[in-house]
Design a protein around this ligand. Structure first.
Ligand SMILES: C[S@@+](CC[C@H](N)C(=O)[O-])C[C@H]1O[C@@H](n2cnc3c(N)ncnc32)[C@H](O)[C@@H]1O
Length: 237
């Protein structure tokens, strides 16, 4: 049988899935994640769902190639629209923009229930996703940062309940506490701060000093990130 190895980003998401779960992977594409979970015996049931038929056909092919067609279903649907509330207890939405992930959850009010585990991996706009989560009552319980190629990715373990308001810096970088096990956090904060500083420079060089409101927000973000980076460095042994 073919080997299936997940890249660090998908592996980190898969490792957050509770053992014995019934999982829906939304935007599954090749279905690498659910097929890997089933092959590992980590989940009892999986739904591989995608908006488009091409990716869903690839998903079916992966399952066939890995002789893994028993406990998996395939759904052609937008977000969670064809997932019944009693079919799964865990939802993975990975590899999409943060705004799309938030829109998918917004359209599925049934996820506002503490019994569902959400594993979310935004490719962009992670600040918008964190903002939407806390504003809508979802708490981020754990975050992992992994490196794949030269990029860093954040993977969030979330669920309904325990939402805590976030500062601007926290919406961009996630909450930090001294006990956090995130070896790549220092690097992540440094990169975010660098990007923010470049954005400020770009706007400041614009006509009439650029968009003042945007500049003020970015300057506040720069200050908060800088403080978070210092705080994080102090906490390290
Ligand atoms: C970049 S792939 C990510 C694949 C995999 N989840 C990963 O993280 O590697 C994004 C997939 O999400 C699907 N997609 C985009 N919007 C979606 C939506 N609203 N509902 C379901 N699937 C969606 C796309 O068709 C595509 O197959």
């Amino acid at each position: 049988m073919k080997q299936l190895e997940l890249t660090p980003r998908l592996l980190a998401a898969a490792q957050l899935v509770p053992p014995g779960a019934a999982v829906a992977d939304i935007g599954t594409d090749h279905a690498y994640l659910p097929v890997w979970l089933l092959k590992q015996g980590r989940v009892r049931y999986a739904i591989a769902a995608d908006l488009r038929s091409g990716p869903l056909e690839r998903a079916r092919q992966t399952a066939r190639e890995h002789d893994c067609t028993q406990n998996i279903d395939f759904r052609l649907c937008d977000g969670l629209s064809a997932i019944r509330t009693d079919e799964v207890d865990t939802i993975v939405i990975a590899g999409m923009g943060g705004e799309t992930i938030a829109a998918i959850l917004q359209a599925a009010a049934w996820t506002r229930d503490g019994r569902y585990t959400l594993i979310l991996q935004p490719m962009s706009a992670q600040n918008d996703l964190r903002h939407w989560l806390w504003k809508n009552g979802y708490g981020v319980r754990e975050e992992r940062i992994v490196c794949e190629g030269d990029k860093l990715y954040n993977i969030m373990l979330a669920g309904f309940g325990g939402a805590v308001p976030m500062t601007l810096g926290e919406e961009w970088a996630g909450r930090q506490t001294p006990d956090l096990d995130q070896p790549l956090r220092g690097e992540f904060l440094a990169r975010l701060l660098y990007k923010t500083t470049r954005a400020i420079d770009g706007i400041s060089r614009g006509k009439d000093g650029g968009d003042r409101e945007r500049l003020a927000e970015l300057t506040r973000l720069q200050e908060e990130l800088s403080q978070m980076k210092k705080e994080w460095a102090q906490w390290q042994p």
